[in-house]
Design a binder for this molecule. Structure first.
Ligand SMILES: *[C@@H]1O[C@H](CO)[C@@H](O)[C@H](O)[C@H]1NC(C)=O
Length: 508
């Protein structure tokens, strides 16, 4: 769910120390905005049955009709996945809005949207309105998309160069942690009961209120003030405050911003990127990695894992604990990924990750299919899900977010990243929308498409991805056009890609 163009792993250097105000702002914005995003992903899982029963009764009393069980599946996947539609819109509009409203303005707007969503969740029962629940989900999705697109920009622009990598992962770790918080507050020991699930859905608003109280003192991004607002003196005074009174560092950073301005003015349009044949393979890699990350089924696990475990024969209680275990393992591994990314090459990590995930998913399919054959099989099912999460987190999880910045040069990067983001959100939506229906129709075999996806990612990595760690994207660019098997002087190919590009442009 996390997603950012600025998600690059610079190993943190010792020379960078956290200014106290930077640390405070980064922590408060992470707790106040990133955690609620993850919260809304994790919270919808455990109370699903209670909310479905309520929908059933509410629709009966409002419209006088009863939903069939497949009708309920569709309604439920709509409630879950409408969040993703909001997320897609919010994240695609995020980079545009963060130029108009400012990074801090975007942060404030997303907080407001998240609070409105919480109010709708809190009162949908009182108002007996399924529509309110739906509208709340889409508004929360909009806010979440905005957070994932703009908060990493805000963070990296506030941080000095040496800390950019460290602060850059705050948002994605916050989202992962938020999933766990959502899972905890929707256990049956907290708010996950028939009477109080609406409190579970809206409890995150407290975090927002607390963390937004001091927002008057949060600085606007100096880079935004300098480059977009053109307010050089204000940018300088904000930088002074953030960096302490070291005029040399401030001078250096302002110079760096000047350079960025030149780079930015050279960035290429979507049209020119789509019609450039030498970029075809990088685009394919970025889009299949970002889309494939979603199609590997991670969100099926986080949106529906309690149901998955229950279908596998676990009691509701055990299923909830297994779900919480999955979220915690995910969070734990997320802390180690920056280390793995800094120390180990991309290709072996990605090959191991896709290969092991494929095996775990394949095993999961057959274990669930034959779940009644032996008493230890439900346990094996949990182990498979946990192994899948572990191997997902070391490669399929983090690599797609920044592979674009490693294989595409600066001018083409924004356009290619936007395409990748589009692929990611569409596949996320497809999984959230189709999973319950396919699960009802196919049973355990619903996991086979995820398995196939991991195999495809494995093959693409094996045959097309050059090693990128520690290399500059300008070294990679010639390498990656060479690995393409078909000569790209072939006229026919060129013609057909131009046509595809035109169709893409028409659609966009
Ligand atoms: C809706 O509620 C009725 C009455 O309690 C029940 O018979 C029916 O199975 C429920 N439908 C679904 C889809 O849960």
């Amino acid at each position: 769910m996390t997603e950012s163009k600025y998600f690059a792993y610079h190993p943190p250097s010792r020379s960078g120390r956290f200014g106290s105000s930077l640390l405070t702002v980064a922590l408060l914005t992470t707790i106040g905005a990133a955690i609620p995003v993850g919260y809304n992903i994790g919270v919808i899982n455990s109370p699903a049955n209670f909310i479905q029963d309520w929908c059933n009764e509410t629709i009966y009393s409002t419209y006088g009709t009863r939903l069939t069980s497949s009708g309920m599946n569709i309604l439920w996947s709509a409630i879950v996945s409408i969040f993703v539609i909001g997320g897609a819109i919010g994240s695609l509009g995020g980079s545009w809005l963060s130029d108009i409203l400012g990074r801090k303005g975007c942060f404030l707007l997303s907080g407001a949207l998240l609070v409105i969503g919480a109010v709708l969740f809190q009162f949908c029962r009182l108002a007996e309105s399924v529509e309110m629940l739906m509208i709340g989900r889409i508004i929360v999705g909009l806010g979440s998309g905005l957070v994932t697109a703009s908060l990493p920009i805000y963070h990296t622009e506030l941080a000095p160069l040496a800390l950019r990598g460290t602060v850059g992962v705050f948002c994605s770790i916050g989202v992962t942690a938020g999933v766990v918080v959502g899972q905890i507050l929707s256990l049956k020991y907290t708010f996950g009961t028939e009477d109080s699930w609406h409190h579970a859905l809206s409890a995150y608003a407290i975090l927002i209120v607390i963390c937004y109280l001091p927002c008057k003192w949060f600085p606007e991004s100096p880079k935004y003030l300098y480059l977009i607002k053109g307010n050089h003196s204000l940018a300088e005074s904000v930088l002074m405050k953030l960096r302490g009174t070291d005029p040399e560092t401030v001078e250096l950073e302002l110079k760096e911003m000047e350079n960025d301005r030149k780079e930015k003015s050279m960035s290429r349009s979507l049209r020119s990127v789509l019609t450039d044949y030498s970029l075809l393979l990088p685009i394919v890699i970025v889009c299949t990695f970002q889309g494939g990350q979603q199609l590997s089924g991670i969100n099926a696990v986080f949106y529906y894992s309690v149901t998955i475990f229950q279908e596998a024969g676990l009691q509701k209680d055990d299923a909830e604990w297994a779900n919480l275990g999955a979220g915690s393992l995910n969070l734990l591994t997320a802390f180690f990924t920056p280390l793995i990314m800094a120390k180990i090459n991309r290709r072996p990590v990605m090959l191991t990750s896709t290969f092991a995930s494929a095996i775990a998913l394949f095993a999961l399919t057959f274990i669930i299919h034959y779940i009644n054959a032996a008493s230890w099989l439900p346990m094996a099912c949990i182990v498979c899900v946990l192994l899948y999460i572990l191997f997902y987190q070391i490669g399929i999880g983090p690599i797609p977010y920044f592979i674009g910045s490693e294989i595409v040069n600066t001018e083409s990067r924004p356009a290619v990243m936007a395409l990748g983001s589009l692929a990611s959100w569409s596949c996320n939506f497809a999984v959230a929308m189709l999973f319950p229906t396919l699960q009802a129709a196919w049973g355990a075999f619903v996991f086979l498409p995820f398995f196939i996806d991991c195999v495809v990612l494995f093959l693409i990595t094996k045959f097309y991805l050059p090693e990128t760690r520690g290399r500059d994207s300008s070294e990679i660019a010639p390498l990656i056009s060479k690995v393409l098997p078909i000569s790209y002087k072939t006229g026919a190919m060129k013609l057909s890609t131009t046509r595809t590009a035109r169709i893409c442009q028409a659609v966009i």
